[in-house]
Each structure stands twice: as structure tokens, then as C-alpha cells.
Design a protein around this ligand. Structure first.
Ligand SMILES: Cc1ncc(COP(=O)(O)O)c(C=O)c1O
Length: 379
């Protein structure tokens, strides 16, 4: 099997699964319980928070454990809008966000907020000038993703953060789900207020995530109840998941540079290969994250190609995993102006550090024969 769908999800590290099992079995107490078993669980939770904060170079009080990217994005966006609605009702995002951001903004629209959607150019990048023109006195939130999940385009987060320093009313949220472990981001230097991460994208178990909430930034909770996670996120903490994710984060960040170089080599190899394959069009911009490559095979239906590759043991995807079953064309490709034809035939290939150059070589041979056959039958 060759698994090239790592932007959809990654395989957990064996050590991470081991940690999960150990904590689930031995430290099953509720961190909120006042007896010794609860206190032991609470100690582990607090240790995980400190290690996570250290790894992300922030304070432990700035870490909120969540169930993943969707929850983190919803909490950041709706939590900010609800908290600061009396300050203003204008919010800004981009036209290429993941559904967990764009759908949250759609809900805000229904609640009477005015949303500005920033456009992207051919390289998939927003213009800081356009953002500057869109900012108003009543803008309370700007949400821009770091690495785009379909294309790999990287947004100018630091530049945006610097600009927003002049607009203290506007909270700055970044969806860092695809970037973490592959494209470094200094939260402090970029003046980020809220930052979403998801464990299963960096070899942790599913149902784990982090929302960074900068000290001094206030949001309202979405889940109300027992007031865990500093009131922001009620519900008994997923301690085995949190400990496992902390381990995955440490392992991921420890080898970040080595991973980045390896991913870059694999991607470059495929870019050179596809650039001479007839009717293949590379959609991913040159300056992009090292683990995502989006390619169109003009005239071929992506789902047909995905299944044909699957028969040969290769797993890639059409667009983002959560919307890949939907029939509409990729909004990201269309927003980038790559055209209907490219959008109708695009697949996403995404790597992790568990892939190898040998897999790339095998993939080249298999995809070449697969597309030749498919073109023959569709002639
Ligand atoms: C950019 C981006 N944001 C958010 C999410 C949602 O994360 P989760 O699957 O953890 O809810 C994803 C998942 O594909 C993503 O790629």
C-alpha cells in the first residue's frame, strides 16, 4: 500500500498509540474528581499542557485542548463573534478556507454579521492590500488559514499579523491545521490571537486538537457545562488523547526540519515527472507547503482515477476529504482562477514523513500506466 492522502489524515505513530493505551488503562480517572485517582489524571493533564506549550513556545494557560480542527475553528470564530458582537459586526475571511471555517462564517452571516471574503490570485494567496482596504472600525475578526488543504498555498500570516497590530479591535485567527510540523509558524512573531491545530494531521489519534488562545484575548465558549479548559470548552477531558497528542507533537516537531526536506524532495521529484506527462497540469503553486501536490489530468474524472489507483494499492484523494464526496467542483481551484477544466479533473497527492522515495518511484510507474489506460478507454 502507498498512502498519499496525509492531508486527509495521518497514521498515528506506534509510540502514540502505546501512550494512548497506557493512559486509558492506568489513568482513567476524571481530572475533575477530588480523590487520588482524579488528582493523578489532573497531574498528567497539566503536564501535557506544559509540554505542549513549551513545544509551541507559548504559555500553558494559552493552551485549550479540543477535539480537533473543526471544533477549534468553530470555537475561535463563533466564540469571538459572540463575545465581541457589541464592538462590531464585521468579520473577514478568505474564499479558500476549509469548510469548518467557511460554514462557521455562513452561520455568522445568518446571525446578522457582515462577512468580507478576500480573494486569492493565481498563486492561491490573499493580498494584504485587499485586506487593508477591507478593514473597518467595526471589524472584530480576521480569520486566514496558514496552509491551504487542497493546494498547499501558504498565506502571508506574519505580514497580516503586523498589519492587524494597527487594528486592536480585530482578533486574528489562523487555521494552522495543515501547516503544523511542515511549515514553521511563530505565533508571537505573527501576532496571532487564536490558532487552530488538529492532532490527527500530525500522527496523533483522532478526536484531539489544540486551540491557542493568546493571553489577554477573550472568547465565549461554544460548549457550556462543567467549565473545563478555562471555561472555554466544557466536557470531561480526553486525557488519553491529550497525552497521545502531546507525544505526537513532540515527535513531529523534533524532526520537523528533516521531514520538511524529505517532503520537499519527494514533491520536487513528482513535479518534474508530471511536468513532462501529457495533459497533466500542476495546480499547486511553486511556493507552497512541501507535502501537498494538486494535479489535474485534463479530461479524466478524478474519482475514476482515484479508484483506478486504489485498485493498484495507491491512495490519493480528489479534493479535501470532508468534501470529496460532494459533487461540486473545488472552490479553491475556481477561486484561484484555474478554470473549470482543471477543477473537473484535479487530484490531491499528500505526503508525510512515513512515505519514502521508493514509493514515489513506484507511484510514477503506476500512475503513468493508469492514466494511459484511462485515456485510451475515454478516447
Ligand atoms: C485546513 C483544515 N482546517 C480544518 C480541518 C478540520 O480538522 P478536523 O478533521 O480535525 O476537524 C481540516 C481537515 O481536513 C483542514 O485541512
Amino acid at each position: 500500500m502507498i498512502y498519499f492522502d496525509n492531508s486527509a489524515t495521518t497514521k498515528p505513530y506506534p509510540e502514540v498509540l502505546q501512550s494512548y493505551m497506557t493512559v486509558a488503562e492506568k489513568y482513567f480517572g476524571n481530572p475533575s474528581s477530588i480523590h487520588a485517582i482524579g488528582a493523578e489524571a489532573e497531574r498528567l493533564l497539566s503536564q501535557s499542557r506544559s509540554v505542549t506549550a513549551q513545544l509551541l513556545r507559548v504559555k500553558p494557560t494559552e493552551i485549550i485542548f479540543t477535539s480537533g480542527g473543526t471544533e477549534g475553528n468553530n470555537l475561535a470564530i463563533k466564540g469571538t463573534a459572540i463575545k465581541h458582537r457589541s464592538r462590531g459586526r464585521h468579520v473577514i475571511t478568505t474564499g479558500i478556507e476549509h469548510a469548518s471555517v467557511s460554514a462557521a462564517f455562513k452561520q455568522l452571516e445568518m446571525l446578522g454579521f457582515e462577512v468580507t471574503y478576500l480573494s486569492v490570485g493565481k498563486e492561491g494567496i490573499v493580498s494584504v492590500e485587499e485586506l487593508k482596504r477591507s478593514l473597518r472600525d467595526d471589524t472584530i475578526l480576521v480569520s486566514v488559514m496558514h496552509v491551504n488543504n487542497e493546494m498547499g498555498a501558504i498565506q502571508p500570516i506574519e505580514e497580516i499579523g503586523r498589519l492587524l497590530q494597527q487594528y486592536p479591535k480585530a482578533v486574528f485567527h489562523v487555521d494552522y491545521v495543515q501547516g503544523i510540523g511542515k511549515v514553521p509558524l511563530d505565533f508571537k512573531k505573527a501576532h496571532i490571537d487564536l490558532c487552530t491545530m488538529s492532532g490527527h494531521k500530525f500522527h496523533s489519534v483522532k478526536g484531539t486538537g489544540i486551540l491557542y488562545v493568546r493571553e489577554g484575548v477573550a472568547i465565549d465558549p461554544i460548549l457550556s457545562g462543567g467549565q473545563q479548559e478555562k471555561y472555554y470548552r466544557s466536557g470531561t477531558e480526553n486525557l488519553p488523547g491529550i497525552v497521545a497528542m502531546t507525544k505526537a507533537l513532540r515527535m513531529t516537531l523534533e524532526k520537523q526540519e528533516e521531514t520538511r526536506q524529505k517532503l520537499h524532495r519527494m514533491k520536487e521529484e513528482l513535479v518534474s515527472f508530471f511536468s513532462i506527462v501529457p495533459r497533466a497540469a500542476i495546480n499547486t503553486p511553486k511556493a507552497s507547503a512541501p507535502h501537498i501536490l494538486n494535479v489535474s489530468f485534463l479530461g479524466l474524472k478524478p474519482e475514476v482515477l482515484v479508484h483506478a489507483l486504489e485498485e493498484r494499492g495507491i491512495y490519493v484523494s480528489t479534493k479535501s476529504a470532508c468534501s470529496s464526496k460532494a459533487k461540486e467542483l473545488s472552490h479553491v481551484l475556481l477561486e484561484m482562477g484555474l478554470g473549470q477544466k482543471a477543477a473537473e479533473s484535479a487530484i490531491r497527492i499528500s505526503f508525510s514523513n512515513q512515505n519514502t522515495m521508493e514509493e514515489i518511484e513506484q507511484f510514477k510507474v503506476i500512475i503513468q500506466t493508469t492514466i494511459s489506460k484511462l485515456y485510451e478507454v475515454t478516447r
